[in-house]
Design a protein around this ligand. Structure first.
Ligand SMILES: [Ca+2]
Ligand SMILES: [Ca+2]
Length: 131
C-alpha cells in the first residue's frame, strides 16, 4: 500500500518536472523523462510543424527561452551552439531524432551505472559538462 502511494507520488513529480524543463541537481532524472521533455521541446521549437527545426526557428526559440525566469537552464537548455551540435547529418535542419539525441547523449554520459536513472550524484558529475 505504502509502496503504491510512493510510486504514484513519483509519477506526479516526474510529470510536473517535465513541464518545467529538466533541472539538474534537484532530484533523480529518468531516461524516459529526458526523451519526453526533448520531444515536447522540439514540438515547441518547430513553429511551422514541418517536422524539423530551421535556423530561424532555433533563433526564435532562443529568444523565448532567454525571456524565461530561469533561462531554460538544465538538461534541455538550448545553447548558442545547439543547432550545429544537433544537426549531425549537416542538412541545415534539426530533426526530432537529432534534437532528442543531444540531451539523451548527455544523460547517458551522466548515467554511469546504466540503470536508466541519473541519480543526484551522477548528475553532479554531468553538471561539469552542461551549463
Ligand atoms: Ca520547422
Ligand atoms: Ca539534420
Amino acid at each position: 500500500m505504502t509502496k503504491m502511494i510512493m510510486v504514484g507520488l513519483l509519477a506526479l513529480t516526474a510529470a510536473s518536472a517535465a513541464q518545467a524543463g529538466l533541472q539538474l541537481g534537484e532530484r533523480p532524472i529518468s531516461r524516459t523523462e529526458v526523451i519526453s521533455a526533448a520531444k515536447k521541446q522540439f514540438a515547441e521549437m518547430d513553429g511551422d510543424h514541418d517536422g524539423a527545426v530551421s535556423p530561424d526557428e532555433f533563433e526564435r526559440y532562443r529568444e523565448v527561452q532567454n525571456a524565461r525566469p530561469d533561462r531554460g537552464r538544465g538538461l534541455t537548455h538550448i545553447g548558442r551552439s545547439w543547432f550545429d551540435k544537433c544537426d549531425s547529418d549537416g542538412d541545415g535542419r534539426v530533426s526530432q531524432s537529432e534534437a532528442v539525441a543531444r540531451p539523451l547523449g548527455l544523460f547517458d554520459m551522466a548515467d554511469v551505472n546504466r540503470d536508466g536513472v541519473a541519480s543526484l550524484a551522477e548528475q553532479s558529475m554531468a553538471m561539469l559538462f552542461v551549463k
